[in-house]
Ligand binder design. Structure first.
Ligand code: UT7
Length: 324
């Protein structure tokens, strides 16, 4: 393990970016057999943003990153680690994080992608936290960025209404331990669920461009159980309980999933940050988008305990506890 160092990973700033074009549920109902009423009632989603034809995942990432740096009041030259959580990279290689590094004008430093689909931000946070505490970097940029619109089957009403494009970013710095920062993170995966949520091609290894395929009901069931257990176990590990939690910031896939996770943990909806209505499921971008919203509105404040949790394809899942 790591040498014990009296440092913690502290989030100094958050940033969000959604592409300009917003597509409401009614607009989707013009081309597929769906309705605003069905989508809103079953998912809480009202609209999603779709990237412009010339916008790549790294373009979304760079906008969110600039906003996070501004919020942190940190110059880009201070960044010495860049991690991008994405399942929709610009290219099979190189990592989207390197495109982000170049577009930001950041200096030479480690830059790589983390691929854990909707759990990507929590996975990325765990990696960044470990590297900061190990002394491998001092100030990291962690971005969740996705262009899921490019891998949707726009004829499949069971999936295409659920996802959108976007990016969220955080600037994280190693600071002497004063009690605030990332307290704990737990990660898990169970690859036996591959067929319940996957992309049927792409990524270079089979030469085809793939589309997202999902058994929604199965994913729903697992999401509620894995996310609530992950939060509970993460809190248990650091001697905290759900009573201590000020804000739950879950992966934004479906309002009903978030409500069910909150119920299982005994957290009322007024302690759960929910932004899915405005951007649908943006996979790895959803938690940092929700964090940026919560911080921007003054809901998430210094000293509060924030619990993050996500579940996605693989299946992967995890949770983090952060003293803000
Ligand atoms: O980020 C992790 C990945 N994703 C998730 O977390 C998503 C998890 N799953 C879900 O959110 C939900 O399962 C869905 C939103 C995907 C579906 O909601 P549901 O309440 O589980 O609906 P269902 O799949 O049981 O479908 C109910 C009905 C079906 O019709 P029949 O068979 O009852 O006649 C579907 O064909 O709703 C129909 N349906 C639709 N109707 C209108 C499915 N999609 C649509 C649609 N518009 N877009």
């Amino acid at each position: 393990m790591f040498p014990s160092r009296p440092v913690r990973s502290v989030i100094l700033g958050t940033g969000a970016y959604l592409p300009e074009r917003a597509v409401g549920n009614d607009e989707l109902a013009l081309t597929i057999d769906t309705s605003d009423a069905w989508i809103a009632e079953r998912t809480g989603i009202r609209q999603r943003h779709i990237a412009a034809a010339d916008e790549r995942t790294s373009d979304l990432a760079v906008q969110a990153a600039r906003r996070a740096l501004e919020a942190a009041d940190m110059p880009v030259r201070s960044i010495d680690l860049i991690v991008c959580a994405t399942s929709t990279p610009d290219n099979t290689f190189p990592a989207t994080a390197t495109a982000l590094q170049h577009k930001l004008g950041a200096r030479a430093c480690p830059a790589f992608d983390v691929q854990a689909v909707c759990s990507g931000f929590v996975y990325g946070l765990s990696v960044v936290d470990a590297m900061l505490r190990a002394g491998q970097a001092t100030t990291a940029l962690l971005v969740g960025a996705e262009t899921f619109s490019r891998i949707l089957d726009w004829q499949d009403r069971g999936t295409c209404v659920l996802f959108g494009d976007g990016a969220g970013a955080v600037v994280i710095r190693a600071e002497p331990d004063q009690g605030r920062g990332v307290l704990a993170t737990r990660l898990a995966a169970d690859g036996s669920h591959y067929e319940q949520l996957y992309v049927d091609g792409g990524a270079g290894s089979d030469g085809r461009v793939g589309h997202l395929r999902m058994q929604g009901r199965e994913v729903f069931r697992h999401a509620v159980g894995t996310m609530s257990n992950a939060v509970q176990e993460t809190l248990d590990g650091v001697g905290l309980t759900t009573d201590d939690v000020d804000w739950l910031v879950p992966h934004q896939a479906n309002r009903r999933i978030m409500d069910a996770v909150g119920r299982k943990l005994g957290l009322t909806p007024d302690r759960v940050i929910c932004t899915v209505d405005r951007h649908a499921n943006t996979s790895a971008a959803s938690i940092p988008l929700a964090l940026a919203d919560g911080v921007g509105k003054g809901l998430i404040r210094p000293g509060q305990l924030v619990a993050l949790t996500a579940m996605g394809g693989g299946f992967t899942w995890g949770a983090s506890a952060i003293r803000w």
